[in-house]
Design a protein around this ligand. Structure first.
Ligand SMILES: [Zn+2]
Length: 415
């Protein structure tokens, strides 16, 4: 099973926007650009909205049937580990094997020694095509990297073999992710992580490192763009080198877990990918839920009332909702409007505050981030929220499609 060159992770909290999301990929295809949709939903999301992984599969299959999509598509068990993977085995054909929690845990001395000696031939001045400076690699450096990452890769091997035993190898796509951690992995660390992955014989097709900078949920990138550009290009070079050197799958590519909407790095990624001919997987799933709220607000009447109610409730439950996401949001509480201010807003005022349009002076990133993590409120409204979505399906779908197409597919893959 092969993941095509360009792919994008999508998905939505309530599994209702499958068609509206896929419509954006259809539009890209009509313009001659093939991007493979990958529906993803993490275990955390399933727990919060009390949904089952089978619902994501159903959403994807139904959207594909409804729109007559003939190209590949996948359903990703996002950020799974040994403890959480089993419920995804039936419905997924893409697994994001998350081993970030195992970084820094020690592998046995014997495993470390054997890994370092298997890499001994790289302990020199390494010249990697596409990277200007030579990398000075020593046995000590390889050992340091092994002490930090080998245990995590061994865990990835266990998870991969567990999935392969259940589904059959070659029946699914494997991604290895290490992005949910504080410290970014440097290109040289990535190189030896890939060596270890090859050693575990994991047929990895996408690798998600932690990049430099902050990737807060639903808002733009915060960090040094020149540094990001340098590291991203070096990571691409390392991936190409590792494929040739370690015999990893030839279609191995970087996966950017964007936390959605990292607009300022999109041109950098596009430039790097088109210059090198590399493939790319971009995950940007979380904001479809915000487009639902925008659509409801724009519909006015009961739709606008529900979107206001979600905000009032979310603000009242600030700590509870923000807790699980504390490391990936930066909300300035002083910038949050009071619920009674919001109650006086028109449809367009609500939409303008929430929509990710940085040129609009009414756009409020704190408001947006709080609502981003506030989907639990809508989940608990249950049928009342879901019925509103179906009553206002057209307005909601228009926003969902436009968001995926204009703000993501176009800048990254179409230009
Ligand atoms: Zn991630």
């Amino acid at each position: 099973m092969i993941l095509p060159k360009y792919s994008m992770g999508i998905g939505d909290r309530f599994a209702l926007q499958g068609r509206a999301q896929l419509a954006a990929f259809v539009r890209a295809k009509q313009m001659g650009v093939d991007v493979t949709p990958v529906w993803n939903k993490s275990n955390r999301e399933h727990l919060i909205v009390h949904s089952e992984p089978a619902s994501t599969r159903q959403e994807a299959d139904q959207a594909v049937a409804a729109l007559g999509w003939k190209s590949p598509y996948f359903v990703d068990a996002d950020h799974i580990g040994l403890k959480t993977v089993d419920r995804f085995l039936n419905s997924s054909d893409f697994f994001t094997v998350d081993v970030a929690d195992f970084i820094g845990k020690p592998a046995s001395e014997e495993e470390i020694r054997s890994f370092v000696s298997s890499c001994a031939k790289y302990a020199r001045s390494l010249k990697i095509p596409g990277i200007k400076a030579t990398m000075d690699v020593s046995l000590e450096r390889i050992e340091q990297i092994a002490r930090k990452y080998l245990f995590a890769v061994l865990e990835a091997g266990k998870i991969y073999r567990h999935i392969a035993a259940a589904k059959g190898s070659n029946r699914f796509i494997t991604e290895v992710s290490m992005d949910e951690t504080d410290q970014p992995q440097t290109p040289i660390e990535l190189l030896f992580i890939l060596a270890a992955i090859a050693g575990q014989k994991i047929p990895v097709q996408t690798i998600a490192p932690k990049f430099t900078g902050r990737f807060n949920k639903g808002v733009d990138y915060v960090g040094n763009l020149r540094q990001f550009e340098k590291e991203f290009n070096e990571d691409l070079a390392v991936v190409a080198f590792a494929v040739a050197e370690f015999g990893l799958p030839p279609d191995l590519k970087l996966s950017v877990h964007s936390g959605s909407d990292k607009f300022s790095i999109y041109p950098i990624i596009r430039r790097a990918v088109s210059q090198t001919g590399a493939g790319l997987h971009l995950k940007t799933a979380g904001t479809t839920w915000l487009e639902e709220l925008i659509g409801l607000a724009e519909a006015g009447g009961d739709g606008l009332a529900i979107s206001k109610e979600v905000y009032r409730e979310a603000l009242g439950r600030f700590d509870e909702l923000c807790g699980p996401y504390a490391s990936v949001i930066d909300i300035d509480r002083a910038k949050l409007p009071t619920p009674s201010q919001v109650d006086r807003w028109s449809s367009s005022e609500y939409a303008a505050a929430l929509r990710h349009d940085q040129r609009n002076p009414q756009y409020n990133p704190s408001f947006r981030q709080l609502l981003h993590v506030g989907y639990k409120v809508a989940a608990q409204m249950g049928p009342r929220y879901l019925d509103a979505l179906s009553r206002h399906e057209e307005t909601v779908a228009r926003n969902v499609t436009l968001n995926i197409f204009d703000r993501h597919l176009k800048p990254i893959f179409i230009g």
